[in-house]
Design a protein around this ligand. Structure first.
Ligand SMILES: [Zn+2]
Length: 228
């Protein structure tokens, strides 16, 4: 599965990789690569075609479909609550994990991203907020594609609090960049996900068979849903 870079705005690309999406942002001093998709192809070379700046790799979380080409980079930044999961994936192949903390500012020179912890989809899931450009990158937590909320590492109650945290900050962004499904999404999807997650916990959503072989059922509400 190859990588397809699509320019969003000057110095910003979404890199489509089959079912998953990575992002690249270039400032004046360095570039930020967010996730490496599900392929293990040479994403580092693809990125070099787009920018000659030094590249910092950040993983929004440690699900395998976001780490595919991590081995092409020297290190990967993520929240330390994700380290156990990260090193359980494929420790010999992955570069070392480095810590990113709540409130850290990733300064690219002329463009910066603030780290927000949003546990729930995984314990150490993060969002990256670019206040100046009013965008937020949320990994898997906000999308129209159904969010995986079953199995180890997931906690839907924490997820609801995290999404309410983002909604309370929604005066700081207009646009949400998701890792899966339609691009972009926005505050409407965030509201729909909170509504759907609470309805799911109350037993109000109808169970559907998953279209994939998963040990989970699909629950849909409005434009969003969960595998739970
Ligand atoms: Zn994912």
């Amino acid at each position: 599965m190859s990588y397809e870079a699509i320019k969003i705005t000057d110095g910003a690309w979404r890199i489509e990789n089959g079912m998953v999406r990575c992002f690249l942002f270039a400032g004046s001093e360095k570039a930020l690569l967010i996730d490496t998709g599900m392929s293990d192809e040479d994403l580092a070379s693809e990125v070099k075609c787009l920018t000659s700046l030094p590249v910092m790799l950040v993983n929004t979380h440690a699900d395998g479909d976001h780490l595919g080409a991590n081995a092409r980079f020297a290190e990967a930044y993520m929240h330390p609550a994700e380290f156990t999961y990260y090193y359980s994936e494929n420790p010999d192949r992955l570069p070392p994990a480095r810590p990113l903390w709540e409130g850290d500012i990733i300064d690219l020179g002329g463009r910066s991203f603030e780290v927000l912890t949003i546990p729930g989809h995984t314990n150490g899931s993060i969002a990256l907020l670019d206040r100046a450009n009013r965008i937020i990158i949320t990994g898997d937590s906000v999308s129209r594609a159904p969010v995986f909320m079953f199995g180890e590492h997931r906690n839907i109650r924490a997820y609801i609090y995290s999404m309410k945290r983002l909604l309370a900050m929604s005066d700081t962004f207009d646009t949400v960049y998701p890792s899966h499904g339609d691009f972009p999404v926005g505050i409407a999807e965030l509201r729909d996900l909170i509504y759907a997650a609470e309805a799911l916990l109350r037993g109000e959503l109808t169970e559907e068979e998953s279209p994939f072989p998963l040990h989970a059922k699909l629950y849909k509400s409005n434009n969003v849903g969960f595998y739970f």
